[in-house]
Ligand binder design. Sequence first.
Ligand SMILES: [Zn+2]
Length: 490
Amino acid sequence: MIVTNNNLNVLPRSLTTQSDVEYALAHTDAGLRLAVCASTGSASLRAFEGESSELGGQTLKLCPLSPANAAALRSMLPWLQPRPLGLKTSAGMGDRIGLATPGHVRAVRATGSVIAPIFAQQSIREMVRTERTPQQVMDDATWGIFQEGWQSGAGADADHLKTPADIDACLAAGYSFFTIDPGEYVDNRAETADFDTLRELAELLPGQIQPRASGLSNGSFNIEDLQIQFDEFTLTKAAVKYGRAIEHVAAMYHHLAGAAGQHPFELEVSVDETEQPTSHAEHIYIASELKRLGVQWVSLAPRYVGSFEKGVDYIGSIPAFQRDFAGHAAIARHFGPYKLSLHSGSDKFSIYPIAARLTHGLVHLKTAGTSYLEALRTIAAVDVDLFREIYLFARERFETDKFSYHVSAQLERAPLAEEVPDCTALLDQFDARQILHIAFGSVLTGRATDGNYRFHDRFISMLHEHSELYAGNLEKHFIRHLKPFAEVRD
Ligand SMILES: [Zn+2]
């Protein structure tokens, strides 16, 4: 009945039937609505809140895109429920705005539907910055997945969790992939401390993570081409640097496993946001200790060599990355197998083929801010004045906003908007791109002196109005991200 109802402007890929109930997204005068149609009296209709109309024994209900309706839709259409992805080659496509999922789905399809996707993915830090809750992030992804009719399943990544309370909040919202970030427990003093100091620091570790408890003393590992000896110095340094972090991950994991009950989940361990790279010996130490403490994980993000700055390609020696990454991949196969995870993975085009090939596809790519930049590209094309205003504001915010991000942009190297013939060029200039990238929180939540949002409402309505252009920009950009990984899967 939905399709034959001439008053409804249905988004065609959303239309689906389940247990004799039709569901679709439709444009209406009041905005986008979920249309549910079934025989009058059907119990399924009662699960949704909205306005009903009846014709010939059928009831059509037009429902707002509310949290309650998102939850009801997920329970009616099981393919909308986040699920663990296991060891499949996967990619997380974070979305700071909440409108990017349709473009992400199209890119996954355009690359052969072989990459297992994560559409809902945001760290607690970014949620705070964008004034969104775990549930909003989840629901936005749900509507996008539904709109595109993606029925092959997806995960949902509660990213960079630091406390048990973070876990509880994301578990309640139905996440399936939990990224534990014990970065605050990594002791960077180990990098420069002498042997005596390391021994003293090791003595201060709790008993269960003392070097002698690890069982690695004088151990040696031959893993593919790697040969690693755990002499006393190597082991003590690894324990001092990562011991407390491992203990924290184990505590978080056991909390999660207890709280999750029957809810299926998978775990990622990330130490990517630390100052110093993770050596191969340290990776072995981490994997071996996590196992000993009963942690099960599906992916791990070491801190690789080189520089993973926001929104730009890999910075550093490619051959050095290749050697480093090959060792980590061998360790992940040996101790798992588990996937290597590539954080700050946005726009690292020069290393994707290497990462895909050396892991044999046992890899998870994690991107976030690059989708926001595609939103800006969309705005630059349809409202150049708004784009220029945002860029000017981002420049003003730069010295303040840059502190929590890994960027090397310099204001004086970034051209002014007036200096470029076409504003989209700013999105491809290193410094301007990073300046735009890290200002997202200020842009999306900043308020003018009258208390109203400075950009937010205009920003969002522009993307709604030009949703096809935005989805197209995202699709094109994400094909570049996913293709090297999809090719390894073929
Ligand atoms: Zn990360």
